[in-house]
Design a protein. Structure first.
Length: 277
């Protein structure tokens, strides 16, 4: 049976303290069907060297994964990528290449970003083994994106804002430098080992329609537009506040009906404002 691990965080938002439980992210909408490798997509952002793309393709295929998405790579396709793929050229051939992170994550329900650095904004930063323990209980319909940043700088703050969870590899504190493909290999190995175990899966009471990143991002844009319209964002460092609001909502897996309710509230507020003016 999956053991519930509760990770709580405190967010100071405009003078109010909110206690958020991480367990909501990994235990909502549970299914009796096992999660499978096809649900995962490995997303590489702004990769500098094509050889790292080829090595990553080899790494993920070795662990049973097949879906690779590249966000604005510096050079791809490239002979170096094919040379280092070493039998995983099919992964490269089927890889999707997009211009923005939003395009790569559009159909994802759960986004896990990997970064070795702690960030200024308070967000769960969990060891990969803490994360994978909960993945077996995820819905078999949920599409999961594993997000990796540039070789030199890692994930940018703009890329991190899309993540529901941030993970890291527990390495030598004095020297934690890993090649991109090595990091991907370790992450995929940990997930592979966890998914290959025969643990009991929790049964759900009902199945709900999950919200994709595209729909959830539409809500964020709608919220930002309204808060800008009423002048709220200008008062308290708008960009930073929106990052915190994204973080707040990203800590739970919203259903499509819930997003529709929230957007309905925003639309009604907009109408009330227009009626008064």
């Amino acid at each position: 049976m999956y053991k519930r691990q509760v990770h709580k965080d405190l967010i100071n938002l405009n003078g109010k303290i909110a206690v958020i439980s991480f367990e909501v992210i990994l235990q909502r909408n549970l299914m009796s069907t096992k999660i499978n490798y096809n649900q995962f997509k490995i997303v590489l952002c702004r990769t500098s060297h094509p050889g790292n793309i080829g090595s990553t393709a080899r790494a993920i295929k070795t662990m049973g994964f097949a879906h690779l998405s590249l966000v604005n790579p510096k050079q791809f396709p490239h002979a170096d990528a094919n040379a280092l793929a070493a039998g995983a050229e099919d992964i490269l051939a089927n890889a999707t290449v997009v211009n923005t992170t939003e395009d790569a994550l559009r159909d994802s329900h759960l986004i896990i970003g990997f970064t070795a650095r702690q960030r200024e904004i308070s967000q769960e930063h969990l060891n990969i083994r803490e994360i994978v323990k909960g993945l077996k209980s995820e819905s078999h319909k949920k599409k999961i994106a594993l997000l990796f940043g540039n070789e030199t700088n890692g994930l940018s703050n703009d890329e991190i804002k899309h993540c529901h969870i941030l993970g890291y590899i527990n390495a030598n504190e004095n020297y934690s430098s890993l090649n991109l493909a090595q990091a991907v290999q370790i992450i995929c190995y940990e997930i592979h080992m966890q998914l290959s175990e025969d643990n009991e899966i929790i049964q759900p009471s009902k199945e709900n329609e999950l919200v994709t990143h595209e729909v959830q991002n539409g809500f964020y844009l709608h919220l930002e537009q309204l808060l800008t319209e009423i002048g709220f964002l200008k008062k308290i460092q708008g960009e930073r506040l929106m990052q915190r609001l994204r973080l707040l909502f990203n800590r739970t897996t919203m259903e499509k009906d819930e997003v529709n309710i929230l957007r309905g509230i925003l639309t009604d507020i907009e109408k009330k404002i227009k009626d008064k003016t």
